[in-house]
Design a protein around this ligand. Structure first.
Ligand code: SF4
Ligand code: SF4
Length: 385
């Protein structure tokens, strides 16, 4: 059973897959330690230049053309995430423990089937704010090998309150200007609320934002999209303009299948995000490979590995959470050519801001090539080998 929040679009080469549409070398793959994310490395001072970059994120970027209004909107977007989830992407599982530990009803609701349970869960997730919902079996490979508490600077064993059976994976749309904080806030609210719903009907569950487990593999496994050159989950509906939240539960749920619609093939020739990346952090190799840059990449998965350290340093220079790899991607939606603030009736964005310099300057060549094509037309010309 498939039950995404929006009707399936016609004309795309969507294919259900029995396996993840990603090559994994089971001998080389190792579970990833949360402390090895670039953010945790920077916070822990294992990556001092990254620490300086993080400090610059909070500083004024008026010298780079960012207006007070831009900063205020971005900060407001993060607000609920900072209250509920302790501030992703460095959230620690024990920080949100209080949200997770509400009581489980002693009278479990008796679903007639796993399909019925999935239908209820998906409808409720959408009601609570998820834009896309998929379900996949729990897969220990994606759980961090150890958790990390950035406040205490300590690693923790990857102990879960129970072994989950199913993972509800939710995607939250972010706007065309990719002010991602609002996506994090929404997924913190929806995740905690969906967890509450599941415990109210008598089953254990816990919610996660960027903590507990890798989100992109779960997004792929739950059929929400494919991983792209920019290292992000590209969904059919919103391209890379999503954040991904997860709710783990002991409920037996009917699961979705991975799906592909040619993103990898398209990325092999597009390279727009790599052209636009101000940190040179995105690979320009034609094909995915098993090459990694440093401890911030886990080995054993064929992909275009992002150099997360270079990325974070670029954030420091821009004094903002860049996101050019989202705003430059042609798979966003039909209106991808129109600057986001203008589209939303907000004041025109200052063109000297780094994100927009990159989008409008370096990627100009690709924009010229693509400007006559809508996103749906682009998807229709994608053909898998
Ligand atoms: S966020 Fe910016 S610097 Fe980082 S990979 Fe994306 S485009 Fe490059
Ligand atoms: S910009 Fe192009 S290469 Fe980069 S993720 Fe999007 S489609 Fe792939």
């Amino acid at each position: 059973m498939r039950c995404h929040s929006r009707p399936q679009k016609k004309g795309a080469n969507k294919k259900e897959r029995l396996e993840l549409p990603v090559t994994i070398d089971a001998m080389a793959y190792k579970r990833f330690h949360q402390k090895d994310t670039a953010f945790c490395q920077a916070i822990s001072e294992a990556f001092p230049e990254g620490r300086q970059a993080l400090e610059l994120l909070g500083s004024s970027s008026a010298d780079l053309g960012q207006r007070v209004m831009d900063k205020a909107i971005s900060d407001a977007g993060w607000y609920m995430d900072s209250l509920i989830a302790g501030g992703a992407p460095t959230t620690s599982p024990d920080i949100v423990a209080e949200v997770r530990n509400n009581e489980v009803s002693s009278s479990p609701y008796d679903f007639s089937s796993a399909e019925e349970a999935s239908l209820y869960i998906k409808k409720t997730a959408r009601f609570l704010g998820a834009d896309l919902v998929g379900i996949t079996p729990y897969d220990e490979r994606w759980t961090y090998a150890s958790f990390y508490n950035p406040q205490k600077g300590t690693s923790l064993p990857p102990d879960l309150p129970f072994t989950p059976k199913s993972v509800i994976v939710m995607a939250f749309e972010v706007n065309f200007g990719a002010i991602v904080g609002k996506g994090y806030s929404q997924m913190a609210i929806t995740g905690a609320s969906l967890r509450r719903f599941i415990t109210n009907i008598g089953y254990r569950a816990f919610a996660a934002v960027n903590d507990v487990a890798l989100s992109v593999p779960y997004g792929i496994a739950a059929g929400l999209g494919e991983v792209a050159r920019n290292g992000l989950l590209v969904t059919y509906e919103y391209g890379p303009r999503v954040r991904i939240g997860k709710v783990f539960t002991e409920l037996d749920l009917a699961c979705d299948k991975p799906m592909s619609f040619g993103v990898r093939h398209f990325c092999e020739t597009c390279m727009r995000c790599a052209d636009a990346c101000p940190g040179n952090a995105i690979s320009t190799e034609k094909k995915p490979s098993f090459d990694v840059h440093n401890e911030c990449n886990n080995p054993g998965v064929a992909k275009w590995a992002i150099d997360a350290k270079k990325c974070l340093l670029a954030w420091g220079k821009a004094k903002s959470d860049c996101a050019t790899c989202i705003t430059s991607c042609p798979l966003q939606q039909n209106r991808f050519l129109v600057p986001s603030f203008e589209r939303q009736g907000q004041p025109p964005h200052d063109r000297t801001a780094p994100r927009h310099d990159a989008e409008n300057g370096q990627a100009f060549r690709v924009r010229q090539l693509l400007r006559q094509k809508s996103r749906d037309q682009l998807l229709e010309i994608i053909t898998e080998p």
